[in-house]
Structure formats: C-alpha cells, structure tokens
Design a protein around this ligand. Structure first.
Ligand code: ADP
Ligand code: MG
Length: 598
C-alpha cells in the first residue's frame, strides 16, 4: 500500500460532498456570499430546479481582478481577520464554497469591484481554473453555476425532481430573506418569477413582521406576538405565533443565531417545550426567533453547511429562550387566533352557500320564484316600528342585569344546544365552547394547586371499586404513590379490580371509574419514552377533562357568566388543552358585513 496525496480537484470534490449536497445548498452558499458582500439587491434565477443553472446576481462590493483566482482557491477567504475561528462576523469563513462548486460543475464568476473601471471573469470547469478575462458588467458580482454535479455522476443520481429541489431552494431563500428585510430578494425559475421580497426599512421590530407576512402569507401579523429577552449578554428577539395559529409541520419555525439561519435541535426543542401544553402533539407553532450571542459564545463551525451550532452555555440559551417565549405567550394567552374568526366568518357568509341550493330552497318554499307582491306585502317584522321598543323591552328576560359588556368576553346572553355560550361584548359577539373552556380552567387550576401545595384530596363516602384488565391494573398500581401525589388514592382490591378511596377535590362529583380507565389508557400510551413532566401534564389534562362541564349540560346564566369571568382571569384560556380554540369572536363590523350593511 502506498500513501499518496490526493490531487486538489479530488479534495475539492470530497469537500463538495459535504458542503454542496444539492442545488439548494449551492444557492445558500452563493446568496450568503452576496449578503456578506454587502449587497442590497440579490436576484436568483434557476433553470431545471437549479440542476441546469443557478444564477445569482448581486450589487455588493465585488471582487477585484487580482483576487478572482483566489476566490476559487480552497481555504482562501476574505472573512477571517486573525486566526481565531470563533471571531466570525460573516456568514462564510471556510473558503470552501466556490472551489467546491467549481470542482463539480461549470462555474463562471463575473465581477466588477466597487470603484473599479472594468469587470473581469474567471471560469472553473470540473476543477480546471481558467484565465481571468475582461467582461462587461456593472458593479457587483454575477455567479453562474451550470450542470451541477456533471463532473461527479454518482451524485447526480441523488437529485430529486426539479420540483422538489426547487422547493428546498425556496425555503433557503425565505429563511435568508427573513433575517435580512433590508435586502431585496428575487427568485425566478425557468423564466417565471416565484418570489419578490422588496426592501423593508425601519428597525427589526417594525420591518420583521412586514417581511414575515410577505413570506408566510397575509393575516400573519395579527396572529403573532413580539418576543424579547436579554440575559448575561445573550439577546433574543422575534415573533411567536398564537397557539391557535398552528401548522401541520415545523417548517414555519425560523430560527437564527447571529442572523444565521439554523435548524438547531436545541432551539427546536425549546420551541416545542414552550408550546407543549398549548398545542396538540401533532401540531406545530409558527415562530421567527433571532438569537444574538457574542461570537465567542457560540461555535458555528461544527457542521459543514453551518446549520447546527454549539453554544458555550447551552443552559443559559435554553433558559433565556424558554422564558422569553413563555412570557410572550402568557401576555396574549387569552387571545384566540383571528384565523378562527375568519373561518367562522367564511362559514357564515352566504357565498359559502352554493347558489343552486339557495335557489332550490326558494323553489321549495314558493314552487317558483316568490311573487314580487308577496315580498312587498309580508313585512319582515310582525309589528309596527312604533311598537318595537316596548316589545324588545318585554321580550328581554327580567333578570337581565346591567350588561357586563365591558368585560372582554362580555355578558352571557344564551346557551345554544346546551354546548355553546353566546355572549355579547361591546365589540360584537363571542361564542364559547363550554366544555373546551372549562377544561382549560380546570387544567390551569390543577397546575397551580400542584405547584402550591400538591393536590387537595377528597375522600369518597363510599370507596368505589373499579374493574380493570390485569395489565391496566398492574400499570396503575405500580405508580400508586405518584397517584396519591396527584390526589388519587388507589388501593388493591383482588387481582381484577382496585378501590378508589380519595379523588382530587377539584374534580368534585365525577365519574370515578371512567377517570381511572382513561388514566390507565394514558399510561399505556405514554409510559414509554415520555418524560415524567410531560406525563404529568398529560395526566392532569385527562383529569381536567373529567372534571369539566360536559357539552350537553344546561347552564344557568349565572353559571355562564361565572365561566366567562374565570376565563378572563385564567392564563391560556384562549385554547383548550388540545389546542382547540375555546371561543371565537365576531366583531360587530364583521356581523354587519354578513348582512351586507357594510
Ligand atoms: P467564504 O465565503 O467562506 O469566504 P467562498 O468560497 O464562498 O468562501 O468565497 C471565497 C471568497 O470569494 C470570499 O471570501 C469573498 O472574498 C469572495 N466572494 C465570493 N462571493 C462573492 C460575492 N458575491 N461578492 C464579493 N465577493 C465574493
Ligand atoms: Mg461563502
């Protein structure tokens, strides 16, 4: 066996295997270079999902004639000043991207340095570097990458369809665009414009949401809250989506460390933890969070594509982020997403009713179109205008107290289908799901009382036997002490049943056997691979569900109003433990829209 030095092109191709995985990673490197060059306008054009052509044009500082050959040389960079790998102030620093791309594709760099009289071009094809030749170009840089991976056919096979490669490019651009509202980004594919994010001026808290809406869609700004926090030289700022504004994937979670987009596991985990009891397990919040840390407190050089980072003090980062997120969510914990009202409105709007059905209904009533005279003759109200006032007064129930409309959730007017409470607010009307709302109240009460003094218990007058299958019985009895802590005192009762002696006092009069069976199910579901804290919350949540008023129970007006007042005083009452909204609000103006008054 002989040891030999690998030729430079092969070395670059090996590096390319790590840095340039697919068109999206090439686009990322090129656009980051443009950002590093101080560009304010970046235009990206692709063909064939980027596999045929990637073209990035920027108006940054450009590259001088003398430096063009260096730019494509491995480990040559203008971005590291001293020898300290932690003092990184640019997105790039490894000096690897251009030589890697040049080793696996046909690369053309055309550039005119700021203030220079002419432009110059250099070509690299499968690692072969050409001469620097004059070229016509205005200030800035144009990078063209043709036939990515043509020099390494094995890698070509790993490319997916143009559509799916394009999808990833769009994601890369959107993440970078989110961090730089002050830069214009344009993206086109096969001659069609796909994205155009104009420059947004102003400080980040003003510009961020504008750019965010451009990326995530209209209506977003009304469903996010600002997040802000600072501790020991670490800073976080950004936006968190309301828990009722959730998505099916974590795709809409944008995380940045010193303005560098990352998909860092630690940070994603913190986001999950912050929302954990506000959202169903399979739903994901929308967030855009920017972490600023001193460059020496974070190592960005642990991942070739720089997608993951390592913090010197991970615990401090976690604490700051979790605390700030929770504080932000707490501040709006009683707000439900406007999308909820929007979809309610859409459901109410007559347009939602198919035209034919509308016609068919008229038909059924009148056999044919109603005679015009009928419309004229039949008044909408069976009484004359003069009588209206007195009738309204007479119709109002005698117990109407001075209307509690100043409260955010207003005054309960009625119960619908023994399930929903309708309340009138100064702004409009609110419909509350009584079970969902009460469930959240119970859950928050449980949590609070657990924190204070453990759960208060209440002895059953007659201990209740509950029959269970053996496996379930075993699972439950194995945790007898934990249950006692939660206020549930169980006792063995033969090998087929157990005896419930005490239950959490908060539950009041509840279906004991049903509760015990649900808890056994919970255990079977969560026992493996769930942290104790998570399991506790799941269990509390099951208990809360049992302790809350069911749909189908008639409530008096006092009870309804009491529920509304409690909701206003309870954190996170905008959604139940499963992430469903507990109420929807319709503004008066929206109601008026429904009836064509506006
Ligand atoms: P890195 O970004 O890690 O320094 P690259 O291989 O991506 O390494 O780029 C090498 C060098 O080429 C950069 O350090 C920079 O000086 C120069 N360069 C690359 N792209 C541009 C650009 N769009 N505008 C100006 N200079 C650029
Ligand atoms: Mg670079």
């Amino acid at each position: 066996m002989t040891i030999r030095r690998l030729p430079p092109t092969l070395v670059n191709q090996i590096a390319a295997g790590e840095v340039i995985e697919r068109p999206a990673s090439a686009v990322k490197e090129l656009v980051e270079n443009a950002i590093d060059a101080g560009a304010t306008d970046i235009d990206i054009a692709l063909e064939g999902g980027g596999a045929q052509l990637i073209r990035v044009r920027d108006n940054g500082v450009g590259i001088t004639r003398a430096e063009l050959p260096l730019a494509v040389e491995r480990h040559a960079t203008s971005k590291l000043m001293g020898e300290d790998l932690l003092a990184i102030h640019y997105l790039g620093f490894r000096g690897e991207a251009l030589p890697s791309i040049g080793s696996v594709a046909r690369l053309a760099i055309t550039s005119r340095a700021r203030g220079a009289a002419d432009g110059w071009r250099i070509l690299v094809e499968a690692g072969q570097v050409g001469e620097v030749t004059p070229a016509a170009i205005t200030e800035g840089t144009l990078i063209e990458v043709r036939e990515l991976f043509y020099a390494v056919p094995a890698r070509l096979k790993f490319l997916k369809t143009a559509r799916s490669e394009l999808h990833q490019v769009v994601d890369v651009i959107e993440r970078l665009a989110m961090a730089h509202p002050d830069i214009r980004f344009r993206l086109s594919h096969d001659g069609r414009s796909l994205r155009d994010f104009p420059v947004v001026t102003g400080d980040w808290f003003a510009a961020g949401p504008v750019r965010l809406e451009k990326i995530l869609g209209r209506g977003l700004a009304a469903n996010i809250v600002p997040v802000e926090g600072e501790r020991d030289g670490l800073k976080v700022s950004g936006f968190a989506g309301l828990p009722t504004y959730h998505r099916a994937t974590s795709q809409a979670q944008y995380l940045f460390v010193n303005r560098r987009p990352v998909r860092d596991r630690l940070l994603l985990g913190v986001v999950r933890a912050a929302y954990q009891d506000l959202l169903a397990r399979d739903r994901h919040p929308v967030v855009a969070l920017f972490l600023e840390v001193p460059t020496e407190a974070v190592d960005v050089n642990v991942h070739p594509a720089k997608a993951e980072v390592r913090f010197r003090d991970a615990q401090a980062v976690r604490g700051l982020l979790l605390g700030s997120l929770k504080a932000a969510l707490h501040s709006v914990s009683q707000r439900a997403a406007t999308t909820v009202a929007d979809s309610a409105l859409a459901a109410f709007t007559p347009e939602a009713l198919p035209q034919q059905r509308h016609a068919a209904m008229q038909h059924a009533f009148y056999d044919s179109a109603p005679p015009a005279s009928l419309w004229r003759q039949a008044p909408l109200m069976p009484f004359a205008p003069a009588a209206r006032g007195s009738l309204a007064r007479a119709a109002a129930p005698p117990d109407t107290e001075p209307v509690a409309e100043e409260f955010p959730l207003g005054a309960a007017i009625a119960q619908l289908h023994q399930t929903y409470i309708v309340a009138q607010t100064r702004e409009g009307l609110v419909i509350i799901d009584q079970h969902a709302a009460h469930e959240r109240l119970m859950y928050e009460k449980f949590k609070a009382s657990m924190e204070r003094e453990g759960v208060a218990r209440q002895a059953l007058l007659i201990p209740e036997p509950v029959e269970l299958e053996e496996a379930a019985l075993e699972r439950l009895m194995a945790r007898q002490e934990e249950w006692a802590m939660l206020g549930l005192v169980l006792e063995a009762f033969g090998d087929r049943a157990l005896l419930v002696r005490e239950i959490p006092a908060l539950l009041g009069d509840t279906d004991v056997a049903g509760l015990v069976r649900d808890l056994a199910d919970d255990l079977a579901l969560y026992e493996t691979g769930m942290a104790l804290a998570d399991r506790l919350e799941a269990i509390l949540s099951t208990m809360a569900c049992h302790g809350s008023v069911r749909a189908g129970r008639r409530l008096t007006r006092e009870e309804m109003n009491a529920l509304l007042r409690q909701m206003e005083a309870t954190p996170y009452s905008g959604q139940c433990n499963h992430g469903r909204p507990t109420y929807v609000a319709l503004k008066r103006s929206e109601i008026e829209k429904l009836f064509g008054r506006r």
